[in-house]
Structure formats: C-alpha cells, structure tokens
Design a protein around this ligand. Structure first.
Ligand code: SAM
Length: 289
C-alpha cells in the first residue's frame, strides 16, 4: 500500500469530529496534498498542480467504500476551484471539535476552521473560568467559543474582517453560547491599540496572527509591534498565548522577542495535534510570575 493511503487509513476513525487524515505539507510524500474527514465529507485540498490528482481522487472514491463518508469535495488552491466529485457541496455544514460546531464555507480560501489549534483551544477552555480575554486575529472566533464554554466572563474578539466575525457570532449562537459580554471588534489591530485598551487589563491574551498577509500583517516586522503594547493590556497575572505558524519564525525567536520586550516569561509549548505531521505551528504560553 502507498504510504499516503496507509496514513489516512491509520488516522481514520469513525467519528463526526473533524480529523486531518493526511498533512502532506509535513510529509516527504505528496507535499501538495491535505485530506480532512469532516463528518460525512472527505475534504481534499491540492496546494499545487499535480499529475497525480486523478489517481488520488479515484483511490479516495475506493477508500470511502469502507468509511462513513458520502461526499468528496476537492479544493484546488492553486486556481481557486472547489467542486464535489461525489455527492454535493452542502449549503450548511459544520466542523465539530470536542463537541463545538464551526460553520463552514467550502468556497472560501480558508473554510472557517483551522484544526491545528485544537489543543490550544482546549487549553484556553481549561483556564477561562471567570476570565476577561482578548482574542487577537480572532477569525471565526474558535478561541472565544471554547473560552465561553469554559466559563469566561468576557471575550473581545478582534479581526479586521467583518465577515469572519459575523461567522464567529453565528458560531456562538449555533452552539447555544450566550453572546452577552462577547465583543466582535472589526479593527485593524495595528491601528487600533487605543481601542484595545477599552476593556484592559485582560486576564488572558491570545495572539494568533497570519505569517504573511499582504497589506495587513507581516509577522517578521509587525509581531513586535503587538508585543510592545502588551504592558498596557495586561496585569501581573495575565496569561499570554502567543502563536505563529511559519518555518521561518522559530520558537526561540518568538520567546526572545517577548522576553526582551515585556516581563512575560516562557512557560510551555502546547503540543500540536499528532495528525499535523511536522507542523511548523508554535503555540507558546507565557506568564509574568
Ligand atoms: C490565522 S487566522 C487566525 C486564526 C484564528 N485565531 C483561529 O483560532 O482560527 C488570521 C486572521 O488574521 C486576520 N488579520 C490579518 N491581519 C490583521 C490585522 N492587521 N488586524 C486584524 N486582523 C487581521 C485575518 O482577517 C484572519 O482572520
């Protein structure tokens, strides 16, 4: 059996929860490919054009004869094409993580859910009780959902995209999570530091930015700008979760940037989910004491 097929067979379990079956970007074989199990849908993404696309698709049609999937959706990220090769793309669909639902849109470049943050969201849930939280680069508000389920008193979700925040608000409602005391701030974080102070100091601050989003955020030059504002947003017991997903931005570099510009000290790294083989995600916890 080919290695990639062995891998997806090993990773597959019959569950409605989201599961990455193949993370090609960390593998030696098929770096252009990821495959996710999203309840009854097999979601296949091609990051680069490949002669193997047809062969892979045909093999997957066979694979699902023995699984609970009834639909295969293909996304060719290199030319922004999304279509079903089996079944249909549903109008409404959810990724489920530890019982929390995320509303998906398969036609968007990013569909509304990043599975590699699963362990970090679980961590936030466990420390959220009665806490005031600042969630920077909130996207569809995944951290906020788990924080609220964990009993957070207040969450400010900040993202420059109004549409992802609208999905974030819907995600709270879909999960029966009260949005009283949850803010959805559509700000460019780099230009909105005074507004972020409105509810400061925060007990927990989450920073999960893109690595390189042209015109919006370039981690190599912009991350430090946020770090320098942390003293005005925190108190002596604040917990900081600082993340970056890039092979070029090392764990040591992020720790050095934070420790040399603030009183925060590195505590521990949250493990990435095992299915994300060799993921470059760094999810680091800091505290002052
Ligand atoms: C990697 S995603 C964040 C993932 C999210 N934390 C989660 O848990 O799923 C990056 C987000 O940063 C937002 N973004 C990029 N530059 C920004 C900026 N300067 N200000 C506010 N949001 C920004 C994008 O709109 C996008 O939603």
């Amino acid at each position: 059996m080919e290695l990639w097929l062995k891998k997806i067979s090993e990773n597959y379990t019959d569950t409605c929860e989201f599961k990455r079956l193949y993370h090609g970007r960390g593998e030696n074989e098929y770096k252009f490919l990821t495959i996710d199990s999203i309840d009854e849908i097999l979601f296949v993404q091609f990051y680069e054009r490949s002669d193997l696309e047809k062969n892979i698709t045909d093999t997957l049609k066979n694979f699902i004869q023995n699984t609970g999937h009834h639909t295969i959706i293909i996304k060719k990220r290199y030319n922004n094409e999304t279509f079903a090769v089996l079944g249909e793309i549903p109008e409404e669909y959810f990724a489920i993580e530890n019982g929390i639902k995320f509303k998906l849109n398969f036609f968007n470049q990013n569909i509304g859910y990043f599975g590699d943050m699963k362990n970090s969201r679980r961590f936030i849930e466990t420390i959220a009780k009665d806490k005031k939280i600042l969630n920077l680069f909130a996207y569809t508000c995944g951290f906020s959902l788990f924080a609220r389920r964990g009993g957070a008193e207040y969450v400010a979700n900040v993202d420059m995209s109004k549409s992802v925040l609208a999905t974030g608000m819907a995600n709270h409602q879909i999960n029966g999570l009260d949005i009283k005391n949850i803010s959805f701030w559509p700000y460019n974080i780099l230009k909105a530091f005074p507004k972020l102070k409105r509810q400061a100091p925060y007990d927990i601050i989450i920073i999960d930015p893109p690595t390189h989003q042209k015109g919006s955020f370039i981690a190599s030059k912009d991350y430090i700008k946020i770090i320098k504002k942390l003293p005005g947003l925190s108190h002596k017991n604040t917990i900081l979760l600082a993340c970056i997903n890039s092979p070029k931005f090392s764990k040591e570099e992020l720790i050095e940037m934070i420790e040399s510009n603030t009183s925060f000290k590195f505590q521990n790294r949250i493990k990435n989910p095992e299915e994300y083989t060799n993921s470059t995600l760094k999810s680091l916890v800091f505290s002052i004491q």
